[in-house]
Structure formats: structure tokens, C-alpha cells
Ligand binder design. Structure first.
Ligand code: SF4
Length: 311
């Protein structure tokens, strides 16, 4: 069987298994095109979390990285949550540990810990609130309105610095020293290259990019905000400053526009570990299941619920 026929076969089998097992496939925008094509829903972390919360499917398959599947389990603990490959972990999420956060809190008891959802369940459980790149500014602004003046932003220093730019200058915000290697590798030279090559292009970047990149971009937003921006803009040439998997989705919603990736290798290797054969195997054998103990589920749910309520 050649690869095309094999993929066609797998897609059909995946569709049959989904129906038979009352399963839903949630896929992140950074997933491979063939995964996006069999998904029931494609979105960013916040949208996937919301979808996981409202679904009545018996099995939730999360095609994304490990923390996304953990989040789905935390907010919908009665369902079986599966990830097609257990090694699909976010490197940025590994840059903060529960022990480090607890130590920080011991030394800074009056600081409010805002944790990006790109973090482990353990870290979420010791955080005061979670946020995503789509709602980080809004969440912190609301907390400031409620009188909070000192924050620690975990783990992404780039998203944290973006949030810090948007809030009043008298608010203290310390940034954890984490970053996403995929977005952090982009430099202002990449932006300048595209500006010179396509003077009429529009450059849209993710806030996980460095400040020097954000400052030169035309638009800064999360993946879902970039999707909305592309729907609205009149620009025909768009340079995308986030993981290139999203370009497959953007081409579908805006087939007449031309898209370029801001970096020559804008690829999250962990996201690409989710393949069609692994997804098929996952549905067929119901593996790998996310299992978290009751106490952790309960503690990690609180900051996520707070986020969902505030956003
Ligand atoms: S793109 Fe970056 S933040 Fe997102 S999953 Fe990959 S390593 Fe983690």
C-alpha cells in the first residue's frame, strides 16, 4: 500500500473509530495537516480547553502537547482523555517545576502567581490563576482592577514581557526565565528580510516571540487572534510569526491570500510527534490515557476555572 492510500485508509478507520467509541478529536493549530483534517475541532489552547469542558463525548483525544491533554482531563475529569503519543511534551512547560514555584512563593508570599497554560498540572496546582496567550492581558488587567499589584508570570518571559507592556507601569511583574524555543529563535532580521522582500506584506506574530520581533510586527496575537486577523485584513500577503502548522488552516479560511512563514524552520517538534498512525493506534487501543490523582486534579482545576470565569 502506498503512503497516500495508507493515509486514506487510516483517515477512514479513524472516522469509524470515532463514531463507534463516541470520541472527539481536538487538534491544536500547530498539528500536521492530516491530523487537522480528521479533527472535529481545531483551535488554540483556550478553545481546546473550552471544547473539552462542553463535550459530551466519552473519549477526548487531544492532538497537541502533553499539557493540553492534562488540561482537558483537569476540566473534564469524568472522561477518558487520550494523547496519541506520550512523549509529545512542551519544552517550555518543563522550564518551571512545582518545587521552584513553591520556593518562590515561600520567599514572596504577597506575589500573585499567573501561570501560562503551557505548564504542567503540578505547576498549575500551585499557581493562583492560569492564562493563555489569547487572554493573558485581559486576565492580568482584571486582577489589577481587583487591587493586585505584584505578579510573577510563569513560565514564558516573552509573553510575560508583552503583558507587562500593557499594564500600568506601577504594577510589579517579575518574569520567569522560560521561553518557547520555536518562537524565541525568531529575530528582528527575519522581520526586516520580509519587509524588504515584500514591502506590501503584513506581518502577524505570536506574543511568545521576542520584543524586538513584536515591535516590528503589524499585529501581535495568539493563534486564534491571528486567525481572526487574517479573516479581517485586506492585505494579500501575510507573513506568519508562529508555528507553521497554522498556515494549513489559514490557507483554508483565506484561499486567495499568500502566506509565508517568518522563520525558515518555524516548527514545534513535539507537535509533529502526533502522526496519523499514532492517532489511529490511540483510538484503536485507547492509549495513552492521561491519569492524574484526585487531589492534583482538584488543585489544578482551581486556577483554570478562575481563568475560564475571568475570560
Ligand atoms: S510551540 Fe513552543 S510553547 Fe508551543 S508546544 Fe511547542 S515548545 Fe511548547
Amino acid at each position: 500500500m502506498n503512503l497516500y492510500k495508507n493515509y486514506k485508509f487510516l483517515k477512514e478507520e479513524i472516522r469509524k473509530l470515532k463514531l463507534k467509541k463516541n470520541a472527539i478529536i481536538l487538534a491544536h493549530f500547530y498539528q500536521l495537516p492530516e491530523i487537522q483534517e480528521v479533527a472535529d475541532f481545531i483551535g488554540d489552547s483556550l478553545e481546546l480547553a473550552r471544547k473539552a469542558k462542553e463535550t459530551d463525548a466519552d473519549i477526548i483525544v487531544v492532538c497537541g502537547v502533553y499539557f493540553m491533554a492534562e488540561t482537558a482531563k483537569i476540566i473534564n475529569p469524568t472522561r477518558k482523555v487520550l494523547i496519541p503519543y506520550y512523549k509529545a511534551g512542551c519544552l517550555m512547560a518543563d522550564m518551571a517545576t512545582k518545587e521552584e514555584i513553591l520556593e518562590y512563593k515561600k520567599n514572596n508570599p504577597d506575589t500573585f502567581v499567573v501561570t501560562y497554560v503551557n505548564s504542567s498540572a503540578d505547576v498549575k496546582a500551585v499557581s493562583d490563576i492560569c492564562c493563555t496567550s489569547a487572554n493573558a492581558v485581559k486576565i492580568v488587567e482584571k486582577l489589577v482592577q481587583n487591587g493586585i499589584k505584584k505578579f510573577l508570570f510563569v513560565p514564558d518571559k516573552n509573553l510575560g514581557s508583552y503583558v507587562k507592556e500593557k499594564i500600568p507601569k506601577d504594577i510589579e511583574m517579575e518574569l520567569w526565565n522560560g521561553y518557547c524555543y520555536v518562537h524565541d529563535q525568531v529575530s528582528k532580521e527575519d522581520v526586516i528580510f520580509y519587509r524588504e522582500r515584500f514591502p506590501k506584506c503584513t506581518i502577524a506574530v505570536h506574543p511568545e516571540c521576542k520584543k524586538e520581533v513584536r515591535d516590528l510586527a503589524d499585529f501581535v496575537g495568539s493563534t486564534s487572534q491571528i486567525v481572526k486577523f487574517v479573516k479581517q485584513t485586506t492585505s494579500d500577503i501575510i507573513v506568519v510569526g508562529t508555528e507553521e502548522g497554522i498556515i494549513h488552516y489559514l490557507k483554508k479560511i483565506a484561499p486567495n491570500k499568500v502566506f509565508y512563514s517568518l522563520h525558515r524552520r518555524f516548527i514545534c517538534d513535539a507537535m509533529k510527534l502526533i502522526t496519523l498512525p499514532r492517532l489511529y493506534n490511540c483510538l484503536k487501543n485507547e492509549m495513552y490515557e492521561i491519569r492524574l490523582d484526585e487531589k492534583l486534579l482538584e488543585e489544578a482545576r482551581k486556577p483554570i476555572e478562575k481563568m475560564l470565569k475571568l475570560s
